[in-house]
Design a protein around this ligand. Structure first.
Ligand SMILES: O=P(O)(O)OC[C@H]1O[C@H](O)[C@H](O)[C@@H](O)[C@@H]1O
Length: 553
């Protein structure tokens, strides 16, 4: 599909002019626009309600953003994605995470694969294994039931299931305890195994490529731990290791019983893969029903995204607003502030989803962009963040648009705590939007010298995303909302949101440096830049023992 240079469009210049005009209009004035604003900016989608009325936009801005989306062919790209087109152009692949959550028969035949049957066959095999693990009929080599499931993976093979397992902690009681390991720092595996016994432990090795250094290293250490107690027999791997990969051959070569390998496909990007067998440990944690509800919630958002008109389409609105701040108002970051402790890992999950997808500076046609793309995403659960970094959100010099996520149902008792939590969420959104002016400070008797310090400028945009409860369906919808928002932004910018070439060089260099940090090769005479050579020398000598004070550089 032809890539449009968005900057060449007339509407782009109109949006630049719009940004210049709106820069100094207080949010209070924009909000007073009235009921039409509500109609345009309060949207229901897939069990979620989004109130975006406190965004720095007016009716004209939304019209212009809509036109930008039309002219950059967002709808055409969306159709191509759902239809199986190779929209991941640099890797020449289809992009099919949406098919993972479609009901049977709801996906096309792509590159010769009957996607729907393939997806549902794996789901059934996963469910069967998850049930056996949960009811204790899957036993280890000594005949004991599995009490701990440790999922080993990194990036997209870790963040999704890890985030969702915490979010859905209240669901699916009764199965084995599920833990996640991603870092090659041995501390990570060691901590996941505290209190575990090899005879009652199962590892899930998750890697799309089955080539990722961290994961293979951890999997090898996990195998050694199992064998140290259970022996070398092939049944140890067969009963205690499951693998998830799109590279089934490599997983089998690693020694995993083919019956315990759950496959997925090239058309599923790592950061879009929680819906696939990558979520196996999550399925063990919440039960197959919970997992299927997560898929159903995401599918509801897919249907909304695919069928609703652009001007009442929640992911389209979310994506265009994020793009408005990033590209036209110069915001470098945006904050995700979930007022739910169990959504604590959502910001880090969204970091990979959004930053690995849209942190690009070259368009699909190979041209360098001359406008800002992907924002930095960050956040912490409220109210913790309020007592740490909200100062900057309220009075700093940087524009930080925020998503404030609120769950209506209390997650635990006493309910009053939950009501207070929500009061805080709404209060913060209010303070960000409207601030406090000098006149009201003076009227409250604030001494004149403190008035400038206590003034709250306001006009800091946020949306409130309301979830009726934190449950598999709503979580599925929430994640899919962000996935499609990322899609919309990438589509307008004209970049490939589904590759990640920028992570390759670091991996290659780490492979080259490993023989030096392990001490197999000597730095002396090696072709290394001086800083790297020096760092390795310090590391090797400090590794033998802490330096004496006089040896310090
Ligand atoms: O699933 P794997 O092949 O092990 O890859 C794990 C992760 O590593 C890579 O470096 C990529 O940046 C991620 O997109 C990917 O999710």
């Amino acid at each position: 599909m032809e890539t449009v240079d968005p900057r060449s469009l007339r509407v782009w210049r109109e949006l630049e002019a719009e940004a210049a005009e709106l820069r100094d209009v207080p949010l209070g004035t924009l909000v007073a626009e009235g009921s039409d604003r509500e109609r345009r900016l309060v949207l229901d989608a897939g069990l979620l309600r989004i109130d975006a009325t406190r965004q720095l936009v007016r009716a004209r801005t939304l019209e212009l953003l809509g036109e930008l989306a039309r002219e950059t062919k967002v709808v055409e790209l969306r159709e191509a994605m759902f239809g199986g087109g190779h929209i991941n152009t640099t890797e020449d692949r289809a992009v099919g995470h949406v098919w993972l959550r479609a009901p049977r028969g709801g996906a096309p035949v792509v590159d010769g694969i009957d996607v729907s049957s393939a997806v549902h066959d794996v789901l059934e095999r996963m469910a069967e294994a998850a049930v056996r693990l949960r009811d204790g009929s899957w036993t280890g080599v000594t005949g004991e039931r599995i009490e701990r499931v440790v999922s080993i993976g990194i990036g997209g093979s870790d963040l999704g299931p890890r985030m969702a397992a915490l979010a859905l902690e209240a669901f699916g009681h009764g199965g084995p305890e599920v833990r996640f390991v991603s870092n090659v720092d041995p501390v990570d595996l060691e901590r996941a195994l505290v209190g575990a016994e090899p005879a009652r432990t199962l590892f899930v090795v998750v890697s799309k490529t089955f080539r990722t250094l961290e994961t293979l290293q951890n999997a090898t250490a996990a195998l050694a731990w199992l064998r140290s107690e259970l022996g070398e027999g092939p049944e140890v791997v067969a009963r205690h290791v499951v693998a998830v990969s799109s590279n089934v051959e490599a997983a089998t070569a690693f020694g995993v019983d083919p019956a315990n390998v759950f496959g997925f496909w090239d058309f599923v990007g790592g950061r879009y893969s929680v819906w696939s067998a990558v979520g196996f440990a999550l399925m063990v944690a919440v039960g197959p029903e919970g997992f299927l509800s997560l898929l159903a919630g995401a599918h509801a958002m897919d249907e909304h995204f695919r069928t609703e008109p652009m001007d009442v389409n929640a992911p389209v609105l979310h994506g265009l607003l994020m793009l408005w701040y990033r590209t036209f108002l110069g915001a470098q970051t945006y904050a995700v502030l979930p007022y739910a402790e169990r959504l604590a890992l959502l910001p880090s999950y969204l970091q990979q989803l959004t930053m690995e997808s849209n942190g690009k500076s070259v368009r699909r046609d190979g041209e360098r962009v001359d406008y800002d793309t992907g924002a930095i995403v960050w956040g912490e659960p409220g109210t913790k963040g309020q007592h740490a970094f909200y100062q900057l959100l309220h009075q700093g010099t940087t524009l930080v648009p925020a998503d404030i996520i609120v769950v209506a149902e209390a997650q635990a008792g006493p309910e009053r705590h939950h009501d207070l939590l929500v009061a805080n969420a709404f209060a913060q959104a209010q303070a960000l939007a409207f601030g406090r002016d000098e006149a009201s400070l003076r009227a409250a008797g604030v001494p004149e010298r403190l008035v400038p310090h206590k003034r709250m400028p306001g006009s800091r945009p946020s949306s409130v995303v309301m979830m009726p409860r934190l449950a598999p369906e709503t979580l599925g919808a929430l994640i899919a909302l962000y996935e499609h928002s990322v899609f919309v932004q990438g589509a307008v910018w004209g970049i490939d949101s589904f590759d990640q070439w920028g992570v390759e060089l670091g991996k290659e260099l780490a492979d080259q440096l490993a023989p030096f940090t392990t001490g197999e090769r000597d730095v002396e005479g090696a072709d290394l830049d001086p800083t790297t050579a020096r760092l390795i020398e310090w590391y090797r000598s400090w590794r033998q023992g802490p330096p004496k004070r006089e040896e310090m550089p």
